[in-house]
Design a protein around this ligand. Structure first.
Ligand code: ADP
Ligand code: MG
Length: 385
């Protein structure tokens, strides 16, 4: 029994390897949409060398013409994706390594952060033609499981849940709100559906259906509420026979993929009075997330995870023994300059978060006492396969 400590950065050599357990922060710029062009929007973001991001404030246009690009704010991230980046490119650069780590029994999480309309759901879920990180991660997971020659077996389980208005709901089996409980594995939502998945195709359909179950605004029945956070959890258990100790070793890795609610201020919404409770709660979850990030960046002992449902659920994904990736989504349009600037500042600060070393969750399930037991176990394993 016991846990092995090993950070992803130490074991894997990669161009974007995790340095000193800092979290990885990426930026994704989406293309300008028709509506923005029609409204006279101009592009205020430039990405250079897949890393550097320049933000132009057209309010300073007079100075701007005179001083050329002196006023542009400059940011840099582990990688920055321009509007032409493909879903596969975003997946491979941000998440593929985490999928590899999950197969080895480590935990990982990927967050999409940004204002409503910035491209979070496109990045995470995507469309049927252009599936996003959630789907590509599961596809990759099944491919990697098939490619490896193991003497054990894998079980992949999915759960998909929503935090809306400080209420947790099961997106795979909508019904009564779920209660959060603390058990030895951390905070869990009691009664949450654990869907055993066997192939990628069924998963895409499942996720699209799950996304339809996300809370919608009463006024815009076809659109997911910008106040809803969606979390897909993929748990991979790998059981193998350890010949040396004649026992069965179980490794469990968990990957959490999180499509956060819109980060714009609640005050900027149209139905101020009706939405005030929701607004306050959305602020509570996102504010709590920001407070946790601040506390983590400042190296505080106490991290206020308990302040919201979202942060309780993400306790082991942020600052814990886990590999963390943030994808900040922005629009290129100057009409959203304020939101874009806020997102860039937030992402810039997130670069300073340090997680604990990522552990392998390994457990010896059973130690057979005799040859007979060992033979029985072998049979069981073969049956499961
Ligand atoms: P959010 O979830 O952040 O509110 P969405 O993901 O719904 O935003 O994106 C808003 C719109 O922009 C959608 O119509 C989406 O299809 C489109 N979109 C977002 N990102 C991209 C992209 N990288 N390429 C093409 N279209 C995109
Ligand atoms: Mg969305």
């Amino acid at each position: 029994l016991g846990k092995r400590r090993e950070s992803l950065g130490e074991t894997k050599q990669s161009s974007i390897s995790n340095n000193g357990n800092k979290i990885m922060v990426f930026l994704r710029l989406r293309p300008m949409v028709r509506r923005e062009k029609d409204a006279g929007g101009r592009c205020c973001v430039r990405i250079v060398n897949r890393r550097d991001v320049y933000l132009t404030d057209f309010a300073l246009e007079h100075d701007y013409l005179r001083l050329k690009r002196l006023h542009d704010r400059h940011f840099t991230f582990d990688a920055s994706f321009s509007e032409s980046a493909s879903q596969q490119d975003v997946y491979s650069t941000t998440t593929a390594e985490l999928v590899e780590a999950v197969l080895e029994g480590r935990n990982g999480s990927v967050f999409c952060y940004g204002a409503t309309g910035a491209g979070k759901t496109y990045t995470m879920l995507g469309t049927l033609e252009n599936p996003g990180v959630m789907v590509l991660a599961i596809k990759d997971l099944f491919t990697k499981i098939r490619q490896r020659s193991f003497d054990g077996n894998h079980v992949v389980q999915l759960s998909y849940l929503e935090v809306y208005n400080e209420t947790v709901r099961d997106l795979l089996s909508p019904g009564r709100p779920l209660v959060l409980r603390e058990d030895k594995q951390g905070i869990v939502a009691a009664g949450l559906t654990q869907y055993r998945a066997y192939s990628t195709d069924e998963v895409m359909a499942l996720l699209i259906q799950g996304n339809k179950n996300r809370t919608t605004e009463p006024t815009r029945v076809n659109e997911t509420s910008s106040r809803s956070h969606a979390i897909l959890q993929v748990v991979v258990e790998y059981r193998m026979r350890d010949a040396a100790s004649m026992s069965v070793v179980s490794r469990v890795g968990k990957l959490s993929l999180i499509d956060l609610a819109g980060s714009e201020r609640a005050l900027a919404t149209d139905q101020r009075s009706v939405r005030s409770i929701e607004g306050a709660n959305i602020n509570r979850s996102l504010l709590a997330l920001s407070s946790c990030i601040n506390a983590l960046v400042e190296g505080k002992k106490h991290i206020p995870y308990r302040n919201s449902k979202l942060t309780q659920l993400l306790k082991d994904s942020l600052g814990g023994a886990c590999n963390t990736v943030m994808i900040a989504n922005i629009s290129p349009c100057n009409l959203f300059f304020g939101e874009t600037q806020n997102t860039l500042h937030w992402a810039n600060r997130a670069k300073e978060i340090r997680n604990k070393a990522c552990e392998v969750n390994e457990e010896i399930v059973r130690v057979p006492e005799s040859e007979t037991d060992q033979a029985k176990l072998l049979l069981e394993l073969q049956k499961e396969n």
